[in-house]
Design a protein around this ligand. Structure first.
Ligand code: PGA
Length: 262
């Protein structure tokens, strides 16, 4: 069976290196027991090298974003090469907290689908695996959210070729992020969306490529809802925000996924 993925998006919840090292070391010891699970930690950029040093080989590290630019006069941007050199092998791209339409306080800021496409190109050129986040702001009774997801996928992946593809999709409905576990997506709805995403990926690439791309779910995942989401949702793993910032809570999720992978 292919390895499942459990990724922790630390956002700006964890800002000091002592805490980052402690959580990473705890997870590293425990992750050894679950060989069917690939654990990825995505700390804020200044902590990537710290987490990567503490993680060793058992845990992978990723950045929460990067820019589409390489070396040059780009003050304040994060290049794919720089995060790779700091120890990252993954990057998140297109998280809703980075996308233009979601940032209410800064309407003009944030990335567009075109920028996500450039970032994917830069990430692949530097050898990073991409976790592309897609998700609708609201569910629409007529099903318009399926169109939103198809547009996000096709725009971001428009220039991506099949060769050298290192991609996972993280489906994160915006309405389910940062809530309580009971407000996460229902497993049956998730299953339907996973089938739709797989079909869209088949249209973009082809079936042989699409079946190999892991589709993860994110949005208020914790130890209480992880079992049902995994058993019925049809996902290959999870992208976890808040519950990944506490070693015990994150381990509950890793354990649940690890046990179902045996
Ligand atoms: P959450 O965040 O688990 O806190 O809902 C998920 C995410 O935004 O990646």
């Amino acid at each position: 069976m292919k390895k499942r993925i459990v990724a922790g998006n630390w956002k700006l919840y964890i800002t000091d290196s002592t805490r980052a090292k402690k959580i990473t070391s705890t997870l590293k010891r425990a992750a050894k027991s679950y060989s069917g699970v690939s654990v990825v930690l995505m700390p804020a950029a200044p902590l990537i090298s710290t987490v990567s040093a503490a993680a060793g080989t058992g845990i992978s590290v990723g950045s929460q974003t990067l820019s589409g630019f390489g070396e040059g006069a780009y003050t304040g941007y994060l290049s794919a090469e720089s995060v790779r050199n700091a120890g990252a092998t993954w990057t998140l791209i297109g998280h809703s907290e980075q996308r233009a339409r979601e940032i209410e306080q800064m309407p003009a800021a944030g990335i567009t689908d075109d920028m996500a496409a450039q970032q994917i190109h830069a990430a692949h050129a530097a050898g990073l695996s991409v976790m592309l986040c897609v998700g609708e702001v609201e569910r629409d009774p007529q099903g318009a959210h399926f169109g939103t997801i198809a547009t996000q996928l096709t725009s971001a992946l428009k220039d991506v070729t099949k060769s050298g593809l290192k991609l996972a999709i993280a489906y994160e409905p915006v309405w389910a992020i940062g809530k309580s576990s009971s407000e996460a997506m229902k497993p049956a709805d998730l299953e339907e969306m996973v089938i739709f995403i797989r079909k869209t990926l088949t249209d973009i690439f082809d079936r042989s490529v699409a079946v190999k791309i892991p589709i993860l779910y994110g949005g208020s995942v914790d130890g209480t809802n992880v079992h049902d989401l995994l058993a019925q949702g049809g996902v290959a793993g999870f992208l976890v925000g808040r519950a990944s910032t506490d070693a015990a809570s994150f381990l509950e999720i890793i354990r649940a996924v690890g046990q179902q992978s045996r």
